[in-house]
Structure formats: structure tokens, C-alpha cells
Design a protein around this ligand. Sequence first.
Ligand SMILES: *Cc1c(COP(=O)(O)O)cnc(C)c1O
Length: 387
Amino acid sequence: MNLKERDSLYIANTYKRFPVELQTGKGSLVYDETGKRYIDMGSGIAVTSFGIADEAWIAAVTAQLSRLQHASNLYYTSPCVELAELLCRKTGMKKVFFSNSGAEANECAVKVAREYGRTHLGEEYYTVVTLKGSFHGRTITTLSATGQEHYHEKFRPMTPGFLHTAPGDLAELRSLFRKEKIAAILIECIQGEGGVVPLDPVYAKEAERIAKENGALLMVDEVQTGNGRTGTLYSYEGYGLSPDVVSTAKGLAGGLPMGATLLGEKTESILGYGDHGSTFGGNPVAAAGALSILSRLDDGFLASVEKKGALLREALEGADGIEAVTGRGLMIGLKTVRPAPEVVARAMEKGVLCLTAKDKVRLLPALNIPTELLLEAAGIIREAAAG
Ligand SMILES: *Cc1c(COP(=O)(O)O)cnc(C)c1O
């Protein structure tokens, strides 16, 4: 049996895969089992922040690997402390809880919101308001937070305590705060899985004001938008927001599983001993990988992400078959005339790996993709989208 047949025999049937086996790569190039070269415009869904087999990242990870691969949170280890300190220094947040995925980072945020509501607003203040079209994870609770009904259907009952509101509808948000007992609002500044849809900045600022006026927390899901992806370290900076909780994961450790929940002044002391935990959370190897990524996301580098994002947009805007370009930095969505899956399949045929998000083609290249490869990929995507 070939790999594809063994995969379908032994792997749970939850993923629809493209008919290629990815074997190796370097930077923004990846090769399949036949040796065919692809430009990687997906980065394992915004994960390989500095591309594949990045030398500095490998050095940091392997050095830690041969020192201590895991210790449990019963003991002090240095990489996670260094990483937490760097995250706090760069954001002004106060404390960090480490986990292993975006869903877990959001689970922690929900726990913080519930305990904050209970202790600061009143026993019944546990509701978290999220936005329609959002995506917050696959666990039952983060699925409940996710504002897309079709994800809920098979798995009811959902976790209680979530309300979904239409992004941009301030009247509805105000009315929810009048009628319901709300602990927090949780937003993505740019909905990723929801179709690379940026939140209206005026709505975002006003939603923050309404939440704070009512004593509720502003929580921002930066799982996809974070860690330099949109040209600022976190996308809320571009929106001028001051969140009380920030969750992140995906690109944080450059290809190792790691989630982080950043806690601000109001939330740093909400969880105490025994209130939360994770066996692998803050794992030293993942933390060493994250330190290698995060320490390179300085202002100069972030400016280069912004510049490459502008180049990519410029190369795609107004092209035949491309109706609209959305997103920020190197998180780009394309509304195409051809169905998005067809454009992605045609681009793959021509040697470019892209993603979809709802009805859009989604591009999430490595943050350090060389300009020549970025423009080569853009040319191929134009061809793939053209009528
Ligand atoms: C991917 C994603 C998640 C879930 O992350 P996992 O690591 O798959 O659990 C949550 N929120 C957003 C915005 C995401 O893009």
C-alpha cells in the first residue's frame, strides 16, 4: 500500500488532504515525493514563521533538545521564563500562561473571563461575547465560542455562556450589554478561518470602550494574526487597542506546538495556584524555538513584513480573476472569480501552495520570504486566478 492508502486506513478521516506528500523544504521552498518544487504561501497555516529548516531556529531548538527536553511545571526552567519576560517586555502585558495550541490559549482566556466576572462583577457574570464568523478552536468550549453555527451542529450541547454578535453592529453589542451579564468580549482583529475579514477599526475601538465601561474584559484572539503576521507584533497594536487578555499560538514557536495567554494588569492575578495547568505548557524546547522567533521580530523586521505585504497586494490587486484583496501584512485574502479551491488547485499544479478560508484564497507566507519568491508566487497565483 502507498502512503495515501495507509493514511486513509489508519488516520481518522477528519482531514481532506491534497494529493501530495511533502517531504523536505528550505525557507519558503518545499518539495514533494517526486522532487517537485513549491513556493510555500501557507506556512503550515501561519506556523513556520521563518520558513522551513531555518538555521537559527534549528540551532536554538537542538541546543535545548540536547540539554533538557521536558521537565514538567513542578520545576523552574529557564526558556519559558525568558520567553514570558520577552513577551511581557514587548507588549506591556504582565503575565503569561503557556499551553500547546490556540484552542488551549483560548480556553485559558475563557477561564480567566469567568473567574474575573465572578469575582469582579457578580456570580452570574460569566458570558463571553464573540463575533459571528469567528474561529476560536475545536475543543467543545472554544467551538462554543466560535461564531459559526455549522461547526456546532454535530456536537451539541455546546458549552453555555457564549453569545455571538454581528461584527460591525454596535447597536446589537450595546443592547447585549444592557440585557445580559457579560464578563468579556473576545475578538479577532482580522478573522482568519472566517475568510481574512478585517474588523472595522471604528467598531473595534468602540467595542473596547463599551466593554470597559461595563467592567468587562477585552480579549483578543491573536492565534493567527499574532507574532508579526500582520506587520505589527500583534494585530491589536495596529487597531490601537489595549486588551486585558491576548491569546496566541500558531507562529509563536516557528513550528513547534505552543500556545500562550497573555494577561494584563486587570487579569494577571485572576488565576491562582491549582486553577489551571498544562503538562507540556512552557516546554523548554518549544520555548527555545519561540525565543528564536520572537527575538527577531523587532521594528525593522516588522517593517519588512509590512513592505512585503504591500508588494504582494500590489502584485495581485486588480489582476484578471481577482475581485478583491483583503487582510494586512502577510495575511492576505483573495476574492476570486473562480471558486477558491479551484484557484488553489491550479496554483499547486504550477508550483505554489496556497490555502482557502471560507470563499477566499488565503495567503500566509513565511514572514522572511525572499521578495523574488514572493513575486514569483504572486505571478503564478495571478495565472491560476485568471479566466
Ligand atoms: C487556528 C486558530 C485557533 C485554533 O488553534 P489550534 O492551535 O488549532 O487549536 C484559534 N483561533 C484562531 C483565530 C485560529 O486561527
